[in-house]
Design a protein. Structure first.
Ligand SMILES: [Zn+2]
Length: 372
């Protein structure tokens, strides 16, 4: 179960609180993000880095990504204590299993009636309700994303959309029938229906009726990867309409590498949960970002690109106003040197800053909504 309650509704988003995530008691205010992991760790960071150097506003919930862990599932089963323990994650933090990696592009054309496909290091793997039950039993996450058919691009035909909705509802039903009712893992139902409000609402109604769903994941608006071109204004009426058809007391998650402007747009539409993959992606590119001073009144942000060699003799802090470990200890010139010599310390320091800034973004959004 995910014990979630809406604390306040405003025209620009809702404030909520999770007090229990699976079998973990937690106080987790929303809007917020799950911390993105790959292979059971935050990219570039050791758990020691995370505990000593990353200052977050509240205890984290970690997002596991199945493509990066699938090949280890036999080893995790043999280990017997679940994936969080296997990966040495900090004790007592809930983990949520996502079927996809928000930074890996989805390949179209591989979903079937009884399964969907993910891509791991060794190639394509079919995920059906039986395999997902097995993985949940081995991994022991506090929650997981249900299987859904989201391979429905913007020009998708009605017949294909109808098929996607029918499959998604039946895959969830099948999974819930196969899963041991005593398993504490909560399920986030995944909404299909592409860009058709009729099909999205049909899926929302059919899944909304599934009282066992702990929350909802809104998928199928993009294929992951770089989302900088994702125009949310065009899909606003659709998302708002779909969310209105979901039970209001359950959290809604939108996964993807979303920038601060996009996150605030989605909060306004009524989304509660995100993931931090944007921060990791930016660190991989050698970039750091900073929110506008009056974010989210002004939902802009700016980035520094350490590939830019003109920063080599800039000895000011990365962002002088930032209190993170990186900004307190290092200069732009040093980060530029690390990036240009391909030092492993560069993505470590950028990840620490970007994750802390992404977390601060949600603090600012929550304060803004509290004042509304
Ligand atoms: Zn910083």
């Amino acid at each position: 179960m995910v014990k979630y309650s809406v604390q306040k509704r405003t025209p620009e988003g809702r404030l909520g609180e999770v007090t229990q995530w699976g079998d973990v008691n937690i106080r987790f205010e929303t809007p917020a993000c799950l911390l993105y992991t790959k292979g059971g760790h935050i990219p570039h960071l050791t758990w020691d880095n995370v505990e000593k150097r990353l200052e977050l506003s509240q205890p984290p919930v970690y997002q596991l990504t199945l493509p990066s862990l699938f090949e280890a599932h036999s080893a995790i089963n043999e280990y017997g204590k679940g994936v969080a323990n296997f990966a040495g994650m900090p004790d007592g933090c809930p983990v949520h299993l996502s079927l996809y990696d928000p930074l890996l592009l989805l390949k179209p054309g591989y979903n079937e009636t009884k399964s969907v496909s993910i891509w791991t290091r060794t190639g394509r793997r079919k995920i059906d309700p039986e395999i997902l039950c097995e993985i949940v039993n081995y991994f022991k996450p506090q929650s997981c994303q249900a299987i859904s058919d989201i391979d429905t691009p913007v020009d998708c035909a009605n017949k294909r959309l109808t098929k996607a909705v029918t499959r998604t509802v039946s895959l969830l039903k099948d999974y819930l029938e196969k899963m041991d009712a005593k398993n504490p893992c909560s399920t986030f139902a995944s909404l299909a229906g592409g860009y058709s409000s009729f099909h999205r609402i049909k899926c929302a109604e059919d899944l909304g009726a599934q009282e066992v769903a702990a929350g909802f994941t809104i998928d199928g608006f993009h294929s992951n990867g770089d989302l900088s071109q994702l125009e949310l204004n065009a899909i606003e009426p659709l998302i708002v309409k779909v969310l209105a058809n979901l039970p209001s007391g359950k959290p809604r998650m939108f996964n993807g590498a979303l920038n601060p402007s996009q996150v605030f747009e989605l909060v306004k539409f009524g989304v509660d949960l995100f993931d931090s993959s944007f921060s990791s992606s930016l660190a991989d590119q050698g970039k750091a970002f900073r929110l506008a001073d009056n974010y989210p009144h002004d939902n802009a942000f700016h980035t520094i690109d350490f590939n830019d060699k003109s920063l080599a003799d800039d000895f000011t802090p990365v962002f002088p106003e930032c209190g993170c470990y990186t900004c307190k200890n290092y200069t732009k010139g040093y980060l530029c040197h690390l990036r240009n010599t391909d030092e492993l310390l560069c993505p470590i320091l950028l990840s620490l800053h970007n994750l802390q800034e992404y977390d601060r973004m949600f603090v600012k959004i929550r304060s803004y909504l509290k004042e509304k």
